[in-house]
Ligand binder design. Structure first.
Ligand code: HEC
Length: 219
């Protein structure tokens, strides 16, 4: 079936985000491929669907069966124990109604850098890491475990933007509505303390447990 070119162009424009638009196609393609490699080597699709094969069924489409959900809380160790929260990997394909299509690149960046739920966090540039400062929400609504954002936030700005570009522009939209994750009223704030997830940014190198390469390479 022949698809008129205008339709394709229209779709490309409508799917476009706010930042980075107007990039030459070759630069966008290179960015999307960098993001694809990062996404595969960070195991995103192990939880979000499909596993390490971008051709797999359900790739990045989010939870599609109870087996893809996670029991979080004491019930993870002892079945039936409470509290028990069921969390569900979300649809990361750019579908506007059920996936990440309705979020801006900046909202998705903020999800990966700060763990903030894109659906419930204003689309603003965040410069602080303390709640209430530098646009960091006063009452942050964090992504539920086991989404590993505390590890992912240490990727560079460029790497996170590359992942976001891949999700927005390099993946086919799939309609799959994932039920909301369950969680405590504080949206996991008490789980994401510095004591539990470490400082961001990491302390300056080298700490007492590390060594500078110039020292390390001396005989
Ligand atoms: C260990 C499982 C796991 C892995 C690995 C994982 N995620 Fe997630 N992710 C989740 C869960 C669970 C949620 C749902 C959190 C919630 O509902 O609050 C989620 C939510 C998200 C969201 C929020 C989407 C929305 O609509 O709110 C984004 C964006 C996201 N993940 C991106 C990624 C990316 C990119 C990677 C890899 C770099 C990744 N995830 C790896 C489990 C995972």
């Amino acid at each position: 079936m022949a698809i008129p070119l205008v339709t394709l162009l229209g779709a490309a424009t409508r799917g476009g985000g706010t930042e980075g638009d107007g990039q030459p196609p070759a630069a966008r393609q290179a960015q999307v491929l960098r993001g694809r490699a990062l996404l595969i080597n960070h195991g995103c699709a192990d939880c979000h669907g499909g596993g390490p094969n971008p051709a797999a069924d359900g790739y990045l489409a989010g939870a599609r069966s109870p087996e893809m959900e996670f029991p979080i809380g004491p019930c993870a160790v002892t079945p039936g124990a409470t509290p028990c929260f069921r969390t569900r990997p979300r649809n990361l394909t750019p579908d506007n109604a059920t996936g990440i299509g309705r979020f801006s690149e900046r909202q998705l960046f903020n999800a990966l850098r700060y763990g903030l739920r894109p659906g419930e966090t204003p689309d603003v540039q965040i410069t602080g890491t303390t709640p209430g400062k530098g646009n960091f929400p006063e009452n942050p609504k964090y992504l539920a475990p086991p989404m590993p954002w505390p590890a992912f936030r240490h990727m560079s700005d460029q790497e996170l933007r590359d992942i976001v570009a891949y999700l927005k522009y390099g993946v086919q939209p799939v309609s799959n509505r994932v039920a909301d994750s369950e969680g405590p009223p504080d949206f996991w704030a008490s789980e994401y303390t510095v004591a539990k997830i470490g400082p961001y940014p990491a302390p300056p190198f080298p700490t007492a447990k590390e060594r500078a390469p110039s020292v390390a390479t001396k005989p």
